[in-house]
Every structure is written in C-alpha cells, then in structure tokens.
Design a protein around this ligand. Sequence first.
Ligand code: BTN
Length: 258
Amino acid sequence: PAVEFGLEAPFSVEYHDTIPSTNSRARELAADGESDVVVLADEQTGGRGRLDREFASPSGGIWLSILFRPETPPAQTPIFTLAAAVAVTRAAREAGVDAGIKWPNDVLVPAETRARQTGPDDGLVDGEKLVGILTEMEGEADRVSWVIVGTGINANVDTTDLVPEATSLREQVGDVDRRVFTQRVLEEFDALRSNPDQIVPAWRELSSTLGQRVRVETPGGEVVGEAVDVEFPGSLIVDTDEGTVRVTAGDCEHLRPE
Ligand code: BTN
C-alpha cells in the first residue's frame, strides 16, 4: 500500500497507517533494489529497538525508516546514526523541546521535567527518552550495499502507551504537525548525509553526554570515566584512570551517568 504522504522531501515516501516495522519494510525495499525511500507509519505493531529489544510504537508517533545507498565504506555507517540524532534534535528544539543527544543513539529530555520516582538503575537519571534510532546495513568489506536509518519519534502519543522512561512531544510541548516535523527531519538528514564532515561538530553542540562521567557496558567489560569527545564516525572517547579509551557505538550495551 504505497501512498504518497505529500512531503516535499528528497526521498519518495511510502506511508502506512499500520505496519509491523518500518525498518523491516525498508529491508524488503532494499532487497528489491530501491533507494532514497522513506517508509513512514502512524503505528507499528512490531517496532524493533537495538539489541533485539521491542520498541513501543503506538498510533500518533513518527515511525520512519530512511533507505539509501551511500558511497561511504561500511565501517563509517555509524555516522548516519549521529546524523539522524542531530536532525531530530534540531527539529525538537525548534518545536520548543529541551532535547539533547545521549551517545550513541538516543534523544533525551532532562528527567526533572516530570516528577517521578528515580533511582540509580531505573534509566531515568539521565533523562527521558524522546527518540530511538536503529541503523541497519548490508555491505561487503569496502562497499555498502544499503543503509536503513530507523528513527522512532514519540510524537503525538500518551506516555502511558510507552515504556516508563520515555517521554513524548505531546507531553513536552503538546501535539505537533507531524507532516511539518517529519519534513524538517528529512531535510536536515539529507543535508547532513551529503556533508558527513559536518555531522560530528553538529553532534557535539547538541550532546548531553560530553563532559559527563559515564559508565559504559561493552562486551569487553565496563568503561568508566569522563566522556570527553566523539570522533568520526561515532566513537565515544572516555578518559579513564587507565588512560583514554575509544568505544564504538556498536559495542555500547548500556551507558549511564557515573
Ligand atoms: C532503540 O531505541 O533501541 C532504537 C529504536 C528504533 C525504533 C525505530 S521506529 C522506526 C524504525 N522501525 C523499527 O522497527 N525500529 C525503528
């Protein structure tokens, strides 16, 4: 059911009222040889998050996946996750939301905006989640075949329909015009994907992670120290007692303030 959504975007848009997962649909389109397509849905019934987690995607959100075929080598794919985070954070700030990027791929709003019980392990201490990003790709050693940047924006949804540590645009500033918001995100993403050198500087400006003491769980163990920088294509640089450690986005299982 391909319906034009009426967005003036540099992508063709396939809109669904309801679909299991826009990322899964984008994978089908990738297998069919498509590119520069956005799959957009009002509701997902099987939204997927990182690390095989479920992602709540009730009606009223902006659930979208961007399929494209960049020239960059596979190892640089994480840069597009950062680009999506920058694009959405800019759009959210323009809508009046105090949003910041938590490395590697979440857009958060400071937790004190809502009175709740918080403890060290409840995931609320560093903010409430407004956006999640799941980037998938296929490629060989030096060539990307396709990249799908899946972005879930909790837009005009009640927080009671989301996980406890999440917030929504509705909760923060009231309902937004999803067409305008989506168009803004896609324009910004398109500008950044063709100027990859601008992504990290833009990301630094919007980050809520840099300058914080953090504890990052990785397959190789915990990294504890001050998050001092992000380097192309998306690694976090942490100053630890044992020296400087570089953590790639794919290796981050969990990050929390120390
Ligand atoms: C995460 O927070 O772990 C990432 C969540 C990514 C959710 C988006 S919603 C649109 C796209 N389709 C999916 O099934 N997942 C992504």
